[in-house]
Design a protein around this ligand. Structure first.
Ligand SMILES: [Mn+2]
Length: 194
């Protein structure tokens, strides 16, 4: 069973996450940040993972700790559910159009965390989520599941669309990469770790 359950308690946030990589894309998301809930719901739906994410963070400060810590915990959950990564496809890449926006997410469960992020956003925030937290979430996620992650928004004008296209593309790319297509470790080095 490729499932994980992670709890993280700090003085800034309490995050509780349950994940099933082989689910049907259903989710229960409650982070206290409406637009971020919308993004995690899309991510679960398009990745086919079942995801429960509950966060109780210091939103009186701002959304930073809550969103970053959700990224950390989701990364840890994916890493735990993948285990030794035996048999997984490893790579995923998806172009997601959303109205006027086009975004590509390409990723590799290499064990070498890296984020390349190219996305120009005009607004300071969408709803109560700071636009700068999109990059912070992606970095926290990638670094906690050993993911090489490239995000390129080629063009677009609407910030809601651009961010949504990133999360949808990430979902589809993850779905490809975590699928079991073989029986061994998909690396000429024999391991998918640093
Ligand atoms: Mn939307």
């Amino acid at each position: 069973m490729r499932q994980a359950s992670i709890k993280r308690d700090t003085l800034e946030t309490k995050v509780d996450c349950k994940l099933d990589l082989d689910g049907t894309g259903k989710s229960t998301i409650d982070t206290g940040v409406g637009f971020f809930n919308h993004m995690l719901t899309l991510l679960a739906f398009h990745s086919g993972m079942d995801l429960d994410m509950h966060a109780d963070g210091d939103l009186d400060v701002c959304d930073h700790h809550t969103i970053e810590d959700c990224g950390i915990v989701l990364g840890q959950a994916v890493a735990q559910a993948l285990g030794n990564k035996k048999g997984i496809e490893r790579y995923g890449s998806f172009n997601c159009p959303m109205d006027e926006t086009l975004c590509n997410v390409s990723l590799d469960f290499s064990g070498r965390p890296y984020l390349v992020y190219h996305c120009e956003l005009k607004r300071d925030q969408v709803g109560t989520m700071a636009c700068e937290m999109v990059e912070e979430f992606l970095r926290a996620f990638a670094f906690n599941c050993g993911l090489t992650l490239h995000v390129n928004v080629y063009y677009g004008t609407n910030d809601h669309h651009k961010i949504e296209a990133i999360f949808k593309a990430l979902g589809h790319a993850l779905k490809q990469a975590v699928q079991v297509t073989g029986s061994g470790i998909n690396s000429s080095k024999g391991i998918l770790e640093c």
